[in-house]
Write a protein that binds this ligand. Structure first.
Ligand SMILES: NC(=O)c1ccc[n+]([C@@H]2O[C@H](COP(=O)([O-])OP(=O)(O)OC[C@H]3O[C@@H](n4cnc5c(N)ncnc54)[C@H](O)[C@@H]3O)[C@@H](O)[C@H]2O)c1
Length: 274
């Protein structure tokens, strides 16, 4: 029970890595605030999480023994984020751990000079600024308590380039930079900020993740071939499982990592070492 008594807020918790992280945190004794947009976003060419999916994640966490609060909020919306954080603090007394997981993989699939202004802005607003907004909302109280852990879910796209993914790559590189800068700002008050960089994660039916399929679609890799393509790209020749990423998040959330801040933990089967 490495998170016993901790209050953990996770964004993008309706499905995918957010769901896997939520259930793993619940199994380690955490109480949870699960936040998701629960709506589609104009400009994102695939469906996002739903209220039903968020409630399903909540039910799985309650089955694991957690007290759970759900919040439908868009990480682009400061007021909505502030309300969700306030509700979490009212319910659980504080937020010990904030996991910046929500993200979009598209609009993508174009060379950099063909990206439209609104496509670029959307990607940066969700994948970069969304993480900064939550850090801003929780950072003051964490600093005042001289305790807290923030985990940012970046990507191998935060470490290397990918063709026709300039917006996503730029946003995820910036999340890594944000992690390091925020870690320095908070270090005197013992609040830790770390990043996890997953490689290609399997679109697990249980977690209902769909990012790999959407990346394949954006790269025009036939969806039925995409697993093979991504498996071959990772030196350990396996897709990452959502549980592998969740385990890294639990470690960085827990006091086991109390001397670790500003670090970038890859969960990529060796992809980024060559
Ligand atoms: N799946 C992978 O292969 C992979 C690899 C590396 C990094 N990542 C990162 O992991 C994170 C989770 O990805 P996933 O694979 O679970 O994707 P997913 O699309 O299955 O789930 C993402 C969740 O985030 C939510 N979301 C999106 N925009 C939001 C917004 N503006 N406000 C609130 N919620 C919003 C969606 O509704 C959805 O429930 C993302 O940051 C992604 O970039 C994923």
């Amino acid at each position: 029970m490495r998170l016993h008594g901790k209050s953990v807020l996770i964004t993008g918790a309706a499905r995918g890595l957010g769901r896997a992280a939520a259930v793993a945190c619940a199994a380690e004794g955490a109480d949870l605030t699960l936040l998701d947009i629960c709506a589609d976003l104009p400009g994102v060419p695939y469906p996002l999480g739903t209220v039903g999916q968020l409630e399903h994640t909540a039910a799985l966490c309650r089955d694991a023994g957690a007290a759970v609060l759900t919040a439908a909020a868009d990480i682009r919306d400061t007021r909505g984020m502030r309300e969700a954080v306030t509700r979490a603090e009212d319910r659980f007394g504080r937020i010990d751990v904030a996991v910046n997981n929500a993200g979009i993989a598209a609009p993508s699939g174009k060379p950099v000079h063909e990206i439209e202004e609104d496509e670029w802005s959307l990607m940066i607003d969700v994948d970069l600024s969304g993480a900064w907004r939550l850090i801003r909302e929780v950072g003051g109280a964490m600093s005042a308590r001289r305790a807290g852990s923030i985990v940012n879910v970046a990507s191998t796209a935060g470490l290397v380039g990918y063709r026709h993914f300039a917006g996503y790559v730029a946003a995820k590189h910036a999340v890594v930079g944000l992690t390091k800068a925020a870690a320095l700002d908070f270090a005197p008050t013992k609040v830790r900020v770390n990043a996890v960089c997953p490689g290609s994660v399997r679109d697990d039916a249980w977690a209902e993740g769909r990012m790999l399929a959407e990346i394949a679609r954006a790269l025009e890799v036939p969806v039925h071939e995409h697993e093979k393509t991504f498996v071959e790209a990772q030196p350990m020749n396996a897709l990452i499982e959502p549980e592998d990423v969740a385990a890294a998040i639990v470690f960085l959330a827990s006091d086991e990592s109390r001397q670790i801040t500003g670090s970038v933990l890859t969960v990529d089967g060796g992809f980024s070492i060559r």
